[in-house]
Design a protein around this ligand. Structure first.
Ligand SMILES: [Zn+2]
Ligand SMILES: [Zn+2]
Ligand SMILES: [Zn+2]
Ligand SMILES: [Zn+2]
Ligand SMILES: [Zn+2]
Length: 343
C-alpha cells in the first residue's frame, strides 16, 4: 500500500482531534502537544458533507475513524453510487468485498470503475451487475481475471431491455477481435443519444492517458476505449500523436497506432524514432527533448519519467539524486559479485 496513512493512524488522530485529521490527512503535521489540548468529541458536522466526494480508499478509511462516521458512511447511499477502485485498493479487491461495497448503493450504482483489479472474476462481476442493472459506465481496464465471454455477457445484460450502459473501458482484456468490438459497439449505440453518437471523437494522447485513463476516455467522447490498431490490426488502445509535424495528417498519420507498434515518449506522447529514443531508470521511453529537461541520477545519468519520479529514495542535492538501481549497486551493496551484466 503506497498510501502513507494507515487506518490506525487516521483513527488515532481522529479520536484526538477530529476535524484537523481529515482536512490535512497528514499525521506528521499534528504534534503531540496540540493533540492533547483538545478533548475528544464527535466529528464536526461538515465532515458528513464531504463523504460523497471522497475517493473510495479515503471513504473506507473514514468509516474506520469512529462509530458515528462509520454509521454515516454505511447509511448514506450517495458516496457509493460511483465506485472507483484503483491503486492502492485494486490488488485487495476480491469478489466478496466488491459485492459488499456495491450493495451499499441499494441497486442504484451508476458507474463501476475497476482499474487493474486483477482478482475480480466473471462470477463476481455478474453478481454485482445482476443487482445493479442501471449502470451507465463499466470500466474494467487491466482486470485480467475477467474473460471476454464474461465481459460480453455483462455488457449484454446492461444494454438490453432498455438498460442504460453508455461507456465501456476494456483495455487489457485478452482476445478481443474486430468482430467482438462491433458487437460491443452495437450494444452501446442503443443507449447513446443521437447527440452522443455524433459528438466528434477527440484524439487520445499517450502521456495523458497513462496518467488519467478514465478522465481522458470520457473527454474523448468514445463509447469504447479500444479500437483496431491501423498498424497491427489488433484491438488495443490507439494513440494519436501531438508532434506538430505529425498532427496535420492526424487520422492518416503514419504514427497513429497502439503502443506496441509506435514507441512514444512517456512525458509528451510524441512518436519516438530509434535515433532520439532515450532511456529512463524506470525503463520507459522519453524523447531527447524531454530527456534534457528531466533530473538525472548522479551515477548513471538516467532520469525517471515524471510518473515514476517519486520512486527515487535518495536525494543527495537540490539538483541531483541517486536512482534506486545505483543506490543498491554502488551504495548499499557495493561489493556484491553477482551483479547482472549491463543489459
Ligand atoms: Zn498496433
Ligand atoms: Zn517527450
Ligand atoms: Zn508522430
Ligand atoms: Zn542511477
Ligand atoms: Zn517511468
Amino acid at each position: 500500500m503506497d498510501n502513507s496513512h494507515s487506518a490506525e493512524e487516521i483513527e488515532h488522530e481522529a479520536t484526538n482531534k477530529p476535524l484537523m485529521s481529515v482536512t490535512t490527512f497528514d499525521s506528521h503535521k499534528i504534534t503531540n502537544s496540540t493533540v492533547h489540548q483538545v478533548e475528544p468529541g464527535p466529528p464536526h458536522e461538515a465532515l458528513f458533507l464531504v463523504l460523497a466526494y471522497l475517493p473510495l480508499f479515503e471513504l473506507v478509511a473514514m468509516s474506520e475513524v469512529c462509530k458515528s462516521l462509520k454509521d454515516e458512511v454505511d447509511k448514506d447511499v450517495l458516496p457509493w453510487l460511483n465506485i472507483i477502485a484503483q491503486r492502492p485498493l485494486n490488488l485487495r479487491l476480491s469478489d466478496d468485498i466488491l459485492m459488499k461495497m456495491t450493495s451499499k448503493a441499494n441497486g442504484r450504482l451508476r458507474s463501476l470503475v475497476l482499474i487493474d483489479c486483477t482478482r475480480i472474476t466473471n462470477a463476481g462481476l455478474h453478481r454485482v451487475l445482476q443487482k445493479n442493472l442501471l449502470l451507465t459506465k463499466l470500466y474494467v481496464p487491466g482486470c485480467t481475471s475477467l474473460t471476454l465471454d464474461g465481459v460480453i455477457e455483462a455488457v449484454k445484460s446492461l444494454c438490453q431491455n432498455h438498460h442504460s450502459l453508455k461507456s465501456l473501458m476494456l483495455d487489457g482484456i485478452y482476445n478481443i477481435t474486430e468482430e467482438h468490438l462491433s458487437t460491443f459497439s452495437s450494444y452501446l449505440q442503443m443507449n447513446r443519444t443521437q447527440q452522443e453518437q455524433h459528438q466528434q471523437q477527440q484524439p487520445i494522447l499517450y502521456h495523458n492517458y497513462t496518467n488519467l485513463p478514465t478522465h481522458y476516455h470520457e473527454e474523448s467522447n468514445r463509447a469504447i476505449d479500444v479500437e483496431v490498431c491501423p498498424k497491427c490490426s489488433q484491438v488495443r488502445m490507439v494513440f494519436d500523436c501531438p508532434r506538430e509535424t505529425c498532427k496535420g495528417k492526424r487520422s492518416q498519420a503514419d504514427c497513429r497506432g497502439c503502443s506496441f507498434c509506435i514507441p512514444r515518449c512517456e512525458e509528451c506522447g510524441v512518436c519516438v524514432g530509434s535515433e532520439e529514443m532515450e532511456e529512463t531508470v524506470c525503463k520507459d521511453i522519453v524523447c531527447s527533448c524531454c530527456w534534457l529537461q528531466l533530473r538525472k541520477c548522479e551515477f548513471c545519468n538516467k532520469p525517471y519519467c515524471r510518473r515514476h519520479a517519486h520512486q527515487h529514495s535518495s536525494s543527495s542535492s537540490s539538483t541531483g539524486f541517486v536512482c534506486d538501481v545505483c543506490l543498491s549497486k554502488f551504495i548499499i551493496n557495493p561489493y556484491d559479485d553477482d551483479d547482472d551484466e549491463e543489459e
